[in-house]
Design a protein around this ligand. Structure first.
Ligand code: FAD
Length: 380
């Protein structure tokens, strides 16, 4: 008999499973992918995310992570460099998510791969346990406590309630091996390269690779006949800095990973209609605009707070109220910066401000990011 079922073995789900197993709970993790995958992500781990991983026993540096000490903001040929308030780390999700899930299994969680839940039904016939999960080829699975950590994927029966239309943007992610001079210039930096309909993040990750992650409009995608290679060529024609970086680079992924309609700004607001016993984690609880580089720390934070609440016998509603207090203000502020940057003229003003007042960029980072957890919060 399982105490908790975790739907989704990404960062939030694997972290929660690890903590629950360590506390002696019987945990079952259902992950739809049967092996490691490339997720659309800038792969920038901020200080809080590193601290949470460290407390879980996963050391991003030992996994090959690349230390990142400064941010370069680039628009056209203008480049502004600002030191980061605390060092970040570049590490692929391909490697990190797998390491964390293996860690959960080693801690005692039962991890089932290649298991895509197709639907959740809460209290379908008044029977206990109250939540029924449908999985192809498997007899109905029931639980009283579900940690919903399916990331950007909606689970039928437990979809997120969205108050605004998702962004009309498409995200791509691809790994490259840069030419030696470009790799040297990029070392230790995350570069945010702005262009009229979006931006790209470029940074070094493990094994001398570089990750390029970008958001662009669906209009550009349509103009480029839906093809990543054409989107990239189109962008390189507009972004001289990125063109120089990718000159003579080797593509390391057979095709780019893609995502669209991300509901930036979403924060779950608990209501009386919520299914009791369902704890939403990570992107299922809140989605911060990605340029902030805080999504992974929010995912790990939500896992820690949800497990604390569950172990203390507190309700899912109490957990959601607490998490909302922790993240809603930061997500709102990041959203305001993001909308300003998308407003015509907004990018030029942001560049001007960052150039004239570099401490302002560090302050903005501080205000939109979760602070690193204290020793007490990570149970150290
Ligand atoms: C363009 C972009 C760039 C970003 N860059 C950064 C960054 O640089 N730094 C940062 O900190 N954050 C970044 N983020 C945010 C970050 O990627 C997410 O916030 C984070 O991955 C959320 O973790 P999660 O565990 O909630 O979801 P995920 O990591 O997406 O995990 C969800 C898991 O659930 C599984 N799953 C889904 N559906 C089912 C199902 N039905 N049954 C079983 N399993 C299922 C999936 O296979 C997956 O493994 C970025 C996001 C975007 C869109």
């Amino acid at each position: 008999m399982t105490d908790v079922v975790v739907a989704g073995g990404g960062l939030a789900g694997a972290a929660a499973a690890c903590l629950l197993a360590r506390a002696g709970r019987r945990v079952l993790v259902l992950e739809r992918e049967s092996g490691p995958t490339h997720k659309v992500c800038g792969e920038f781990l901020n200080a809080a995310a590193q601290r949470y991983l460290d407390a879980l026993g996963v050391d991003p540096a030992a996994l090959g992570g690349h230390r990142i000490g400064a941010l370069r903001l680039v628009r056209g040929t203008r480049v502004i460099e600002v030191p980061l308030p605390s060092a970040g780390m570049g590490l692929s999700r391909f490697r990190l998510d797998e390491a964390l899930l293996a860690h959960a299994a080693a801690a005692g969680a039962e991890v089932l791969r290649g298991q895509a839940i197709t639907q959740a039904r809460s209290d379908p016939d008044g029977a206990a346990p109250a939540i029924a999960l449908d999985l192809p080829g498997r007899a109905g699975l029931r639980t009283d406590t579900l940690f919903l950590a399916t990331g950007k994927h909606e689970l039928r029966g437990l979809r997120r309630t969205q108050t605004r239309a998702p962004e009309d943007l498409v995200g791509f992610k691809a790994h490259f091996r840069l030419a030696p001079h470009a790799a040297r210039d990029l070392a230790g930096h995350v570069e945010i390269i702005l262009f009229p309909d979006g931006y790209a993040g470029l940074q070094p990750i493990e094994d001398g690779r570089a990750n390029l992650c970008l958001l662009t409009s669906r209009a550009r995608l349509a103009r480029c006949e839906g093809q990543w290679e054409k989107v990239l060529a189109d962008l390189l024609a507009e972004a001289p800095h990125l063109r120089r970086r990718l000159d003579d680079a080797t593509a390391l992924m057979p095709r780019a990973a893609a995502i669209y309609r991300v509901p930036y700004g979403f924060v779950h607001a608990p209501t009386a209609a919520d299914a009791p016993g369902v704890f939403r984690l990570g992107d299922q609880a809140g989605v911060i605009p990605s340029f902030v580089g805080d999504g992974m720390s929010i995912a790990l934070h939500s896992a820690a707070v949800a497990v604390d609440h569950h172990l203390a016998g507190l309700s899912a509603a109490a957990y959601h109220r607490r998490l909302r207090r922790d993240i809603a203000g930061r997500i709102r502020l990041a959203g305001a910066f993001y909308r300003f940057g998308r407003w015509p003229g907004g990018q030029a003003i942001l560049m001007g401000l960052a150039g004239a007042w570099p401490a302002g960029a560090a302050l903005a980072a501080r205000l939109t990011r979760l602070p690193p957890p204290t020793a007490e919060q990570v149970g150290a």
